[in-house]
Write a protein of this length. Sequence first.
Length: 399
Amino acid sequence: MRVLLGVSGSIAAFKAAAIAGELVRRGHDVRVILTTGGSRFVAPATFQGITGHSVAISLWDDEAAIEHLDLAHWAEVLAVAPASAGAIARLALGLTSDVLGATALAFPGPVVVAPAMETAMWRHPATIGHMAILRDRGAVIVGPETGRLASGAEGEGRMAEPLPIVDAIEAAMGTRDLEGRRVLVTAGPTYEALDDVRFIGNRSSGKMGFAVASEARDRGAQVTVVAGPTAVTPPDGVELVRVETHQQMRDVVVSFAPRQDVVVMAAAVADFRPASRRAGKIARGDSLRIELEGTRDIAAEAVTVAPHAVHVGFALETEDLEARARDKLRRKGQHLVVANAVAADRSPFGADTNRVALVTENGVERLPEMSKRQVARILWDRIVPLLDERDSVDHDGAN
């Protein structure tokens, strides 16, 4: 894939070098446009060394005056990372005052934008309006995240990390093999209350479920995400239903599942919850004995209420991973189970990467460690044939 990477003026420009390096590592041909502001943070030689190509910087260079048109015709994807408030404005308004703006205006293909700026700038009505324009044109927006900013303050506006941006760039040229399909994805943990303050929960971040949902969206599906309490920003372009408890998630899934073509149960739903909830806050000196009761199997219920759908589960285990995943597959009546392990030296919780095995009735496919978006891409590559097989059976049965 031919990727044109635009790097604008932001302290996050140093991450663009990692983005370019990861794209090259994955086998893509990368060329870079570096704005004048961007060149104050990262030298052109850095990108030239990574990509093996010269870097376009100024419209006033003799070569660049024509080069921006050549780059626009050459590229398959345009990614702007970091995209400063100024760069976003130029992209939205079609301003051609620099090489990036001029190239973007001549580029007809998919655009990926990774915003990076201070919180006040991100929340300003002008930026909000410019982002709405870009979204309406079909631009893929990655981030921003909440974290430490250039000013030293904590807030929204921090550029997303390189791996999710690279995954979004790859997905921008992906297939639309889920066009017209309806997909339900659960993500994140559930919280089960002990009292009005405390709860029992788990460390699930929701990243894997959100990656699955993002990939389905980019492949054309109409996606509903049922998400437990997470700090991770959910994907744009999906219907989002927020829940907190197992019961709330169960009620939403059972309600939505009958209308879906695929149900992916990626959430880490509580298997147990307190048998009773104390009113108020349990004081430190109070005696405390917690009695737990089992919860209902949401995944199995989803199979019952939506027997026509393709059902995908996740199995998180500390031992006997594949055997337990196969048992889960049979017990719940699912079509595919994604098995991932928690070990003393490695945990998928909160990580951007994962190492999983895909378990079906026909065998086990073990994947090497990769980004969660790459896992999601391979997962959908395996789900689509299951959908086609289901459609074939339904068609034959109707004849």
